[in-house]
Design a protein around this ligand. Sequence first.
Ligand code: DC
Length: 197
Amino acid sequence: MIFTVAIDGPAAAGKGTIGRAVAARFGFRHLDTGLLYRAVGVQGGDPAQAARDLSPGDLARDDLRTLEAGQAASRVAALPEVRAALVDFQRRFARSEGGAVLDGRDIGTVICPEAEVKLYVTASPEVRAHRRWLEVGGDEARVLAEVKERDARDMGRADAPLRPAEDAVVIDTSEMGIDEAVELACAIVSTRLGGRD
Ligand code: DC
């Protein structure tokens, strides 16, 4: 069975948690596509070359979740050569046998416009910054500034900007617990799966 769940949205909206939970519930594979850009961003040197040479080991580095890696990822993600080098891998993953969940910024719009389910998970910048601050600590105002800077870059770039696909279901987690958001996402997937055969 080929079945793709595309989950897009800004940083710290809950995409990753929802993506992992949906994948576990339905036995699908899960790809956090932000990790690809983070791995390229922390590499240094020529980002396009780093994207072409990316290996599974690069994705296992333990410094990919930092704020700095997120900023570096957002910067290299604006380069068309970097995005182009990562397209095939993501497309193959999305359409691989057995079902796949991918979370990122352009999954429903560019990587897999034919995805069976498209979700756009979002929340206010303040709520997202607070969540991120609970994970990373430090100065909350700085975390909020980073979130807003990354949003502006990811939404404003010319190539594959962050935006909801026209047929995406928007899930706003500003005032929703993560369990509720997961149940909502699973219900949407379940309905779509049920309607297939
Ligand atoms: O989801 P994340 O915070 O790990 O993503 C880090 C950065 O990578 C994000 O700010 C923009 C970029 N990115 C992207 O451009 N396209 C994707 N599909 C995933 C991430």
